[in-house]
Design a protein around this ligand. Structure first.
Ligand code: DCP
Ligand code: MG
Ligand code: MN
Length: 346
């Protein structure tokens, strides 16, 4: 009997995972605290199922798996025996489709989507007409205008082409810049939701990348590569900046989402690790760090962080940075075997 966890793509209970995932998405688009709790518990169940090495045969067997309770075990058996889960149809109410539609507008999160739904909006036309007196921010307005473009993933080749346009422009501003593409592109995915670009610069010669992003954005706007700004840094004089916008390869292309990130040279490894993802992989690295008494974020790996026991997000001591320059040293300290970006999917 083989008890190794299944390889990705070879999970013997994938059909079960798919159905539970579908149900999870439905609960995620609903407002109640109970729905939120269900999302959380389906997440845990799905993670356990992904690691389970054999086809589940009975309710009792399902019940014995970590994070799977009686009700989920029954749902699992229904899927295994009938290929179906009736609960999905029952939860697929009108509001779910609308909430997901509204959340597709850039800058609209769950809360705004629920508010606009309550105000009577059911379609993008309703939003355009400001039905119920709703108000849109500047970036939401851009999100609405380019709804179709923003919600279409681009082929990898297009992300590469845009990156190859931007790189020499950045290098012409400062030949010593380090410019890398992160996110799904670096993980080798065939299509990308956006382009994630990291910019930094070595400081050994006394220089840095201060002011570069401002200069670069001005140049990209001038050439019509960047067409709209969605989120601007407050102070372009910082070394650490996040910019979000829309771009296009040429005037005949669709608009694509683009993110720029600039970081101090010392934290390039931690930034690269975080923004390469994927988010599930990041969560497991953070968890590993926490278990070892460390704390990991996009700036680095920290030791001696003290958190407020009543609110774990609050740090009462910032700790000391122990790794941040390369991805490899962070893997090493956490005792995680090196994984190439394309392997970082869990
Ligand atoms: N990230 C994260 N948690 C978040 C958002 C992002 O850990 N809530 C990290 C992991 C992501 C990376 O940042 O891989 C880049 O974010 P994107 O939203 O651009 O996601 P991807 O590039 O992975 O996918 P996509 O092709 O959809 O852009
Ligand atoms: Mg991305
Ligand atoms: Mn991104």
């Amino acid at each position: 009997d083989n008890k190794d966890p299944p390889l990705p793509g070879e999970c013997p209970n994938q059909d079960v995972i798919d159905k539970l995932q579908e149900l999870r998405e439905l609960h995620k688009a609903k407002p109640s605290a109970e729905d939120r709790w269900r999302v959380f518990s389906y997440d845990k169940a799905i993670r356990s199922l992904k690691d389970y090495p054999t086809r589940i045969k009975s309710c009792k067997e399902a019940r014995a798996i970590r994070s799977i309770g009686e009700k989920t075990a029954q749902k699992i058996m229904e899927i295994i025996q009938t290929g179906n889960l009736r609960r999905i149809k029952y939860e697929r109410t009108e509001d779910v489709g609308v909430i997901n539609l509204l959340q597709g507008i850039y800058g609209v999160g769950r809360n705004t989507a629920f508010q606009w739904y309550a105000a009577g909006c059911r379609t993008l036309e309703d939003v355009k007409a400001r039905k119920g007196g709703i108000k849109l921010s500047a970036s939401q307005e851009i999100g609405l205008k380019f709804y179709a473009d923003i919600n279409t993933r681009m082929p990898r080749s297009e992300a590469a082409a845009i990156f190859e346009i931007i790189k020499p422009i950045a290098r012409s501003i400062d030949p010593n810049l380090v410019i890398e593409i992160m996110g799904s592109f670096r993980r080798g995915k065939a299509d990308c939701g956006d382009i994630d670009i990291l910019i930094t610069r070595p400081t050994a010669d006394g220089g840095n990348h201060r002011g570069v992003l401002k200069h670069l954005l001005r140049e990209l706007h001038r050439r019509g590569i960047i067409t709209e700004n969605l989120a601007m840094p407050e102070d372009f004089d910082d070394l650490e900046l996040i910019y979000r916008g829309l771009c296009r390869r040429d005037p005949h292309s669709m608009r694509r989402r683009i993110d720029f990130l600039t970081v101090p040279y010392e934290s390039r490894g931690a930034a690269l690790l975080y923004y390469t993802g994927d988010d599930i992989f990041n969560r497991s690295m953070r968890l590993k760090a926490n278990k070892m008494g460390y704390s990991l974020n996009q700036k680095g790996l920290f030791a001696g962080v003290v958190r407020n026991p009543r609110d774990r997000r609050q740090k009462t001591n910032q700790g000391n940075i122990i790794a941040s320059e390369t991805e490899r040293e962070i893997f090493d300290i956490l005792g995680v075997p090196w994984q190439e970006p394309h392997e970082r999917v869990r």
